[in-house]
Design a protein around this ligand. Structure first.
Ligand SMILES: Nc1ncnc2c1ncn2[C@@H]1O[C@H](COP(=O)(O)OP(=O)(O)OP(=O)(O)O)[C@@H](O)[C@H]1O
Ligand SMILES: O=P(O)(O)OC[C@H]1O[C@](O)(CO)[C@@H](O)[C@@H]1O
Ligand SMILES: [Mg+2]
Length: 341
């Protein structure tokens, strides 16, 4: 069987480990051949492929980014759509697709599978917001990077007796903020799931400062203060027409300074959280998911994706996988909030 692999949506540390896992298991055990689609669905629609043999994936498990490139191209637009894509696959002699991506990529994969294409999925997102899998690779790496950055912000904050605001990714959910904030001992963690007033934030900041600590406030990019209706956006729309987030930390800093009188600085970590080498945990998880993706192609489990449940890799239908976002539950927020202030 000849399989095309694609990576789509935002990149994520561990994508290359998935590709390597699938190619090694597929070529060694499952008698499969592989090609790579360049730049996500763009490569599928354009029939733009590259070789993906065993020698092409040598040593890439530790490499950040994706050797295939990625995009936010919609496979239903332009020359896309299921019939044309099937014609392209037939022309290229490709029997099936492994789509590695987040909820958007998998939603597109579901629509194409419903129209008869042979696709299996591998979930990816640094945000960790897919409910059907316990953890997504990339999340652990993002949390490590954010935690290290916060440790550094704390020492400079301590030296200057300043309040430091650290903004992390997390469009709809606050998992990166919650985990990195807990690990770094943040005095407030602000997440999309919990609207919070500026007075409350100021109270936590003051309380930490009163104890002689330099306050650390962690904010997820998708956080909405209780005086606002939507998450802060100042960078226009992405390729799919959604507001690009980022910048809430810089908005909060002067407000905190004004209410508390404590000098406040903001740092936006941004794409640093998605770059560079994956942690060992993410490499192992991604490799196992890639190997399992090769297996479910062999089984012809079209319309299903691989997922981590506990410590085992299982499979889930796209429908179930796309049903629900995994938000931070109230008890996890309350647990972290006991340490605020
Ligand atoms: N419901 C949908 N139907 C068809 N195409 C979709 C759908 N949702 C998203 N897409 C397409 O899939 C692309 C990838 O989705 P998206 O940009 O949300 O990335 P993702 O895979 O969810 O990863 P990320 O975690 O970075 O958001 C989108 O840019 C869009 O073109
Ligand atoms: O890289 P882009 O297209 O700016 O996307 C950023 C978005 O992607 C994510 O990193 C998820 O992949 C979100 O946390 C963030 O909102
Ligand atoms: Mg998405």
């Amino acid at each position: 069987m000849r399989i095309g692999i694609l990576t789509s949506g935002g990149d994520c540390p561990g994508l290359n480990a998935v590709i390597r896992g699938a190619v090694l298991k597929g070529t060694e055990i499952n008698d499969q051949e592989f090609v790579g689609f360049k730049d996500g669905w763009r490569g599928v629609v354009a029939g733009d492929i590259r070789p993906l043999e065993r020698s092409d994936v040598r040593g890439i498990a530790k490499q950040g980014g994706t050797i295939l490139g990625t995009s936010r191209t919609n496979p239903f637009e332009g020359n896309g759509g299921p019939e044309r894509i099937q014609e392209t696959l037939d022309r290229l002699g490709i029997d099936a697709i492994i789509a590695i991506g987040g909820e958007g990529t998998l939603a597109a994969a579901k629509r194409l599978t419903d129209a008869g294409l042979k696709i299996v999925g591998v979930p990816k997102t640094v945000d960790n917001d897919l409910d059907a899998t316990d953890y997504t690779f990339g999340f652990d790496t993002a949390v490590e990077i954010a935690t290290e950055a916060m440790d550094r912000l704390r020492t400079t904050g301590d030296s200057h007796s300043r309040c430091m605001v650290a903004e992390v990714m997390g469009r709809h959910v606050g998992w990166i903020a919650l985990h990195s904030g807990m690990a770094a001992g943040a005095h407030a963690i602000l997440i999309p799931e919990q609207k919070t007033s500026m007075e409350q934030v100021a109270e936590w900041v003051r309380s930490a400062a009163d104890r002689g600590r330099a306050p650390l406030v962690v904010v997820a990019e998708g956080f909405t203060p209780d005086h606002a209706d939507d998450a802060h956006s100042e960078r226009g729309l992405d390729a799919f027409g959604r507001p690009r987030l980022g910048g809430i930390g810089e908005r909060l800093a002067p407000m905190i300074e004004e209410i508390t009188g404590i000098e406040t600085r903001a740092t936006t970590l941004g794409h640093i959280q998605r770059g560079g080498v994956p942690t060992a945990y993410d490499r192992v998880l991604a490799t196992r998911l890639g190997m399992a993706a090769s297996d479910i192609v062999q089984e012809g489990a079209w319309g299903r994706m691989v997922a981590l449940r506990g410590t085992e890799i299982e499979t889930v239908g796209f429908e179930e996988a796309l049903g629900k976002l995994k938000t931070v539950p109230q008890h996890r927020y309350d647990e972290a909030a006991m340490l605020f202030g």
